[in-house]
Design a binder for this molecule. Structure first.
Ligand code: SF4
Length: 147
């Protein structure tokens, strides 16, 4: 069986988060982790961006890489915060360019309460945002399970 080691970077606004939704989603291969259906996955690292404008993004991928992380996931909080992180595209391009590591947007499914509010606000109306949340949008039943 193929094996992958992932690192998770969360938005610092949620720095006290216990990570339960991310770890549950990984265990169940839900949300962005559904890409690992038949792949063994190990968590190699879990940290925050360091706070706006994301100073930890510059250095922490190096430490993750040294410890064998293959793929970095930006936690769903970066997509669903109020507002979502405005730096997310830059962060992804930077890590891929500087460290040659794959970056995946999202971890656990979007909780339904965030889905309702962002839909009302029109946050994700553009094709650009629809692409970004595609991996964690999921169906309503799944979103409700992550409320
Ligand atoms: S909004 Fe972006 S830069 Fe600011 S704390 Fe969250 S992830 Fe970091």
């Amino acid at each position: 069986m193929e094996k992958v080691k992932v690192g998770i970077i969360i938005c610092n606004r949620y720095h006290t988060c216990g990570g339960g939704k991310c770890f549950r989603a990984l265990q169940n291969r839900e949300g962005a982790f559904s890409i690992y259906k038949d792949i063994e996955v190990e968590i190699g690292a879990y940290t925050t961006c360091g706070g706006c404008p994301g100073g930890n993004i510059e250095y922490v991928p190096a430490e993750m890489k040294k410890n064998g992380v293959d793929v970095i996931h930006f936690a769903t909080g970066m997509l669903v915060g109020y507002p979502p992180c405005q730096n997310i595209d830059y962060f992804k391009r930077f890590i891929e360019e500087k460290y040659g590591m794959k970056v995946v947007l999202g971890t656990h499914p979007i909780p339904q309460s965030y889905f309702i509010t962002h839909t009302a606000l029109g946050t994700w109306k553009s094709n650009h945002w629809q692409e970004k949340i595609a991996g964690v949008l999921c169906d309503e039943a799944t979103r409700l399970a992550y409320n």
